[in-house]
Design a protein. Structure first.
Length: 382
């Protein structure tokens, strides 16, 4: 049955390339190259298929094999259905048969019975070979160059090492430090894949923690920074000199604009002030739609009481001693609002007719040069 690794090896030999040449051009470790050519890498369960396919594709590229061909060959290999695609497409069949014929002839020539008796001629052959000049050695090296020399021990065991430099003494050296050229990348990738398979939970937890930290920081920046910046601006304003004239003028203008906007319409709840302008009231009785009972109130001279209502308010007392104020404006001729029982009845509709009363009057002049109340009491609500 054809093997992808064997055909890659045959194609390499056909191109007169050694494994060392492939290593120099691809930087694939030598042991990996050997495992590819003997097809053991495809059966090793510890090898990561992704890295194996990458190594084989890189090896095939060095042999000038088209990418679609090597991908199809890999797919067939992993499915145990490889049909010799590389040999067919790259002319290996005739070359392989030729090489097999050459090898069989060489084996026949070199064949020697195991228990054949040695003749004097046989014994002399080694001496003749020693006397012959080393003319055939370069030819033998061209037939099958090797990337590494084998050193045989007296016991027959062979060890593979890089060929030592004849110009230097053969002294044992400490192993070279790991670098990019002598690291077993396949073994390293397997360790990395094992590490990844063991640590998904840790990685997910770390990602969640980072996301929560980022969200907390975002919330802090969004809701805390503006207040902090406002505070710093206020502190800066307190340090810098301020033109008080412009500030007061601007404040007064702003308050007037706000008052004008606020007085375009009357509010839902209205306030009426009964002021003991000329003498104390003992008592004044007030009733409204918010306090449905005529309650008595004693007010000292110079003081006032503030009453709340929605639409109607009723007042009874010593009218000659009092002054009634609405939004800071004194209501003139209060007798015109008297009923038959002598009670003054004021309604929202009456107050809305006086547009000049919509604006608040604060500390304006009062009739007969009467001063403003020293104290304004709010009527308690029960």
């Amino acid at each position: 049955m054809p093997s992808l690794g064997e055909e890659l090896s045959a194609l390499r030999k056909k191109e007169n390339l050694t494994l060392k040449n492939i290593f120099d051009s691809t930087r694939i470790p030598l042991d990996v190259l050997k495992s590819i050519e003997d097809s053991s890498i495809f059966k090793d369960p510890h090898r990561n298929k992704t890295y194996v396919r990458s190594f084989v594709r890189t090896y095939a590229k060095a042999l000038k094999i088209d990418e679609p061909d090597i991908i199809l060959a890999l797919d067939q290999t992993y499915k145990d259905k490889y049909d010799g695609l590389i040999a067919r497409h790259y002319g290996l069949s005739s070359w392989t048969n030729k090489m097999k014929g050459t090898e069989s002839e060489e084996k026949k020539k070199d064949y020697k019975p195991k228990f054949a008796l040695e003749t004097p001629q046989d014994k002399e052959e080694p001496d003749e070979e020693k006397d012959k000049p080393d003319e055939k050695k370069p030819k033998e090296e061209k037939e099958e160059p090797e990337i590494e020399d084998q050193i045989s021990t007296p016991s027959g065991t062979t060890f593979e090492y890089s060929k030592p430099d004849s110009s230097q003494s053969h002294v044992s050296k400490t192993p070279d430090q790991p670098n990019i050229h002598n690291v077993n990348w396949v073994e390293m990738s397997d360790k990395v894949s094992d590490f990844k398979s063991k640590t998904p939970i840790t990685l997910i937890a770390a990602v969640i923690i980072i996301i929560l930290a980022a969200a907390s920081y975002f919330v802090y920046i969004k809701y805390e920074t503006p207040s902090g910046s406002t505070k710093s601006n206020n502190e800066l304003k307190s340090v810098l000199p301020v033109d008080t004239t412009k500030t007061q003028a601007g404040t007064a203008a702003d308050s007037m604009k706000a008052a004008n906007k606020a007085t375009l319409t009357l509010p839902d709840t209205l306030h009426l002030i009964v002021y003991a302008a000329y003498d104390k009231l003992e008592p004044v009785r007030v009733k409204s739609d918010l306090a449905n009972r005529l309650n008595p109130y004693w007010v000292e001279k110079g003081q006032a009481m503030r009453y709340r209502f929605l639409n109607d308010i009723y007042i009874r007392g010593q009218y000659s001693r009092m002054m009634i104020l609405f939004r800071g404006h004194p209501i003139p001729n209060i007798d015109q609002y008297k009923q038959s029982d002598g009670t003054i009845h004021l309604q929202r509709s009456i107050l809305e007719k006086h547009k000049d009363w919509y604006k608040m009057s604060n500390q304006g002049p009062l009739p007969n040069d009467v001063p403003w109340p020293s104290v304004i009491h709010n009527v308690p609500t029960f």
